[in-house]
Design a protein around this ligand. Structure first.
Ligand code: 5GP
Ligand code: ZN
Length: 118
């Protein structure tokens, strides 16, 4: 279920502090420590999945629920409404994909531009 050496497993279990955005039985969401936009948080499944390269058919319902959470939490955190507002969803995968933490996470970025990075 979890990997005791994994940073995001520890954050999702409350063993390392974070600024929580949302929590339910399946997901934990928290503000990115190094925000790239005025609003930048991460949604992670509580169950350890290393990356998008590791997902299989059995993960499809979880991935659907994770994506469905994004617009709800984006609005909660202050992203302006579509279409003038909106948000960006990013899943970095592997070293060449820019992934630094090897626990699947969905970046949700938003807020007025310009943004710090990208
Ligand atoms: P990745 O590059 O793997 O897609 O994104 C990892 C993200 O996790 C980065 O944006 C980084 O700022 C964030 N991050 C890394 N360590 C911590 C931490 O200890 N706490 C929080 N809240 N975010 C972290
Ligand atoms: Zn993990």
């Amino acid at each position: 279920m979890h990997d005791s050496d994994c940073l995001f497993c520890k954050i999702a279990r409350g063993q390392i502090p974070s600024r929580k955005v949302y929590e339910d039985d399946e997901f934990f969401a928290f503000h990115d420590i190094r925000p790239a936009a005025p609003i930048h948080f991460l949604i992670v499944p509580k169950a350890h999945v290393a990356s998008m390269a590791h997902v299989t058919e059995e993960h499809a319902p979880m991935l659907g629920r994770m994506l469905t959470l994004a617009p709800r939490l984006a609005a909660q955190e202050g992203c302006n409404p579509y279409p003038e507002g909106g948000f960006r969803l990013v899943v970095n995968t592997g070293t060449e994909g820019g992934q630094e933490v090897h626990h699947l996470h969905l970046h949700v970025l938003g807020g007025p531009r310009p943004w710090a990075r990208g």
